[in-house]
Ligand binder design. Structure first.
Ligand code: SF4
Length: 82
């Protein structure tokens, strides 16, 4: 699971914006203005039959600032990305 959903910077972060782009989902902001320090991203390949999907998760980041439930508060009626 991406740690960004519980990070204070999630709606301003350029790395999370890139993760959203990779997943093809709606952006929290069109103009991220925060550049995190040393985010580490895991890329998972999942195969089901003939279909392979790619998941990108930030698993560590020197700029992580814990703000539990930040993403959910920004999108209260949507499911939290996993
Ligand atoms: S954990 Fe790092 S990459 Fe993720 S939103 Fe926070 S600052 Fe950005």
């Amino acid at each position: 699971m991406c740690i960004c959903v519980d990070c204070h910077w999630v709606d301003r972060c350029s790395t999370y914006h890139a993760v959203e782009t990779r997943h093809g989902v709606k952006h929290l902001t069109p103009t991220p203005d925060f550049a995190p320090l040393q985010p580490r991203i895991n890329v998972h390949l999942r195969s089901r039959g003939l279909v392979t999907t790619v998941e990108w998760d930030v698993v560590a980041c020197n700029s992580f600032l814990r703000d539990l439930g930040r993403w959910q508060r920004l999108r209260p009626r949507e499911a939290v990305p996993t």
